[in-house]
Design a protein. Structure first.
Length: 101
């Protein structure tokens, strides 16, 4: 697996993971919840956990390609902000779009 494919794989995984909490009512897309909708705080906790999972996958892919570069707080601040921006379509779909019944 070359570095270009790994990069696109991480980006695609981040887009899917960032929107997953907003497009379904299951916890992490697998565990069924009660009949009521998930509250926003649970979606945000799920979003944080999925950010960590994407980070672990990205770290493993980087280690497989070669040398792993050390990261400082600036890297994590930027990637958290990017992950939140990637979650915007799911947030709009869940909370801001008008539902016709």
């Amino acid at each position: 697996m070359d570095s270009s494919f790994s990069s696109w794989l991480v980006i695609l995984l981040a887009v899917v993971a960032a929107n997953l909490p907003f497009f379904n009512e299951r916890l992490f897309g697998v565990i069924p919840m009660s009949k009521q909708a998930k509250p926003l705080w649970m979606r945000l906790v799920e979003l944080a956990a999925l950010y960590g999972l994407v980070g672990i996958v990205a770290y493993m892919l980087e280690a497989r390609i070669g040398n792993v570069f050390p990261q400082r707080w600036e890297f994590y601040a930027i990637t958290i902000c990017l992950f939140i921006v990637l979650a915007f379509p799911g947030f709009v779909f869940r909370y801001l779009s008008k539902r016709h019944s």
